[in-house]
Write a protein that binds this ligand. Structure first.
Ligand code: TXA
Ligand code: MG
Length: 315
């Protein structure tokens, strides 16, 4: 990575997408919005390009990347889509579900993407910018969240600039992301679905669509995506959870009846809270308070994913 590359911010219209696709074809990285969080994209077949993602993020090389595709046929060229994978893709693609599947030998993906695993994580995002970039570049796009490794995920272009400015050539600005929390990661087996990372597609939704039990292996601490390290999404300040009223020097992120300095959702709506979560953490981190406190969030539906991210932010 050139340490002093100047980062361009462009509203993601057709012209910016065409320019972004040119950069991708030239082996560069581009930050692009998805409906979950902004991703840092590069051609997943090009090892130099994929290495630029790891370098810009400061990401450990053992932490594999998600590959973004346009549709099921493109996914089937890269990974073995078994019947259950087809069924889940039909139910939730395009959308915030990533499937971990056996990689095909003839996929042509850079080995850096899988980081030594026999599987690849495949996602078909719903956001028009990501979809347009895949089409315009003609490439499967490796794209982790567009933040420095271990930091809070970006839900706005400004977050990307703050984290990766000077390290990547282009950020496509699509405003605030709709879902605000990273995709659910699941691995379909013959008789169960393994949940590797909770997200917007809830356990209940996976169970209903598959007709199979959803297994979160090893209880609440055993989620197994290699990048799901305990400390992640880390603000620079200490974070205290399940707080009903703030102590002095604390910036309180509220929810429902707990109002706080800012609220994830005054109405107590979990989808609204997920969409607001990372932006609130960014604001709390930039505030003058010394510490961050967060109101209790119910452990149901997408609340599971919100609590997962909060636990890591506090770890
Ligand atoms: O919503 C999202 O998924 C966003 C947007 C940009 O698509 N991407 C994202 O990527 O969250 P990232 O790299 O921040 O998180 C991907 C997670 C990591 O924890 C990684 O370890 C895991 O996916 N992962 C990737 N390949 C895997 C594999 N073959 N098996 C298990 N986990 C895998
Ligand atoms: Mg990430």
């Amino acid at each position: 990575v050139q340490p002093d590359v100047s980062t361009e911010l462009r509203h993601c219209d057709e012209c910016a997408i065409a320019y972004a696709a040119e950069l991708i074809r030239a082996g560069q990285t581009v930050a692009v919005p998805t409906e979950t969080v902004y991703g840092l994209a590069a051609d997943a077949r090009n090892s130099d390009a994929v290495a630029r993602i790891y370098a810009a993020k400061g990401r450990p090389s053992f932490n594999p990347l998600i590959v973004h595709v346009a549709d099921v046929p493109m996914a089937a060229k890269l990974a073995e889509m078994n019947d259950m994978a087809e069924r889940l893709a039909k139910a939730f693609w395009p959308g915030p579900l990533t499937l971990v599947l056996p990689v095909r030998a003839e996929a042509g993906l850079s080995p850096l993407v899988m980081a030594g695993l026999p599987t690849v994580a495949i996602r078909c995002a719903a956001h028009p910018a990501m979809r347009a970039l895949i089409e315009a570049s003609g490439a499967p796009l490796a794209a982790p969240s567009a933040n420095r490794s271990g930091a809070i995920s970006p839900t706005r272009a400004e977050h990307v600039l703050r984290s990766l400015g000077g390290r990547i050539p282009l950020v496509l600005d699509g405003g605030q992301t709709a879902r605000g929390i990273e995709s659910t990661i699941a691995s379909p087996a013959a008789d169960h679905i393994r949940l590797l990372r909770p997200g917007p597609i809830t356990t209940e939704m996976l169970a209903r669509a598959s007709g199979l039990p959803v297994v979160v292996s090893g209880s609440d601490h055993g989620i197994e995506a290699p990048g799901q390290m305990e400390s992640h999404y880390a603000p620079s300040k200490p974070v205290r959870l399940n707080v009903l009223s703030a102590e002095r020097e604390e910036y309180l992120i509220g929810f429902g009846a707990v109002s706080g300095d800012i609220s994830l959702s005054e109405a107590g709506d979990l989808d609204e809270a997920a969409a607001a979560l990372f932006a609130a953490l960014h604001i709390a981190d930039a505030s003058s308070a010394e510490r961050i406190a967060v109101a209790p969030i119910p452990m149901e539906g997408v609340g599971l994913a919100i609590n997962d991210r909060l636990r890591r932010a506090a770890a």
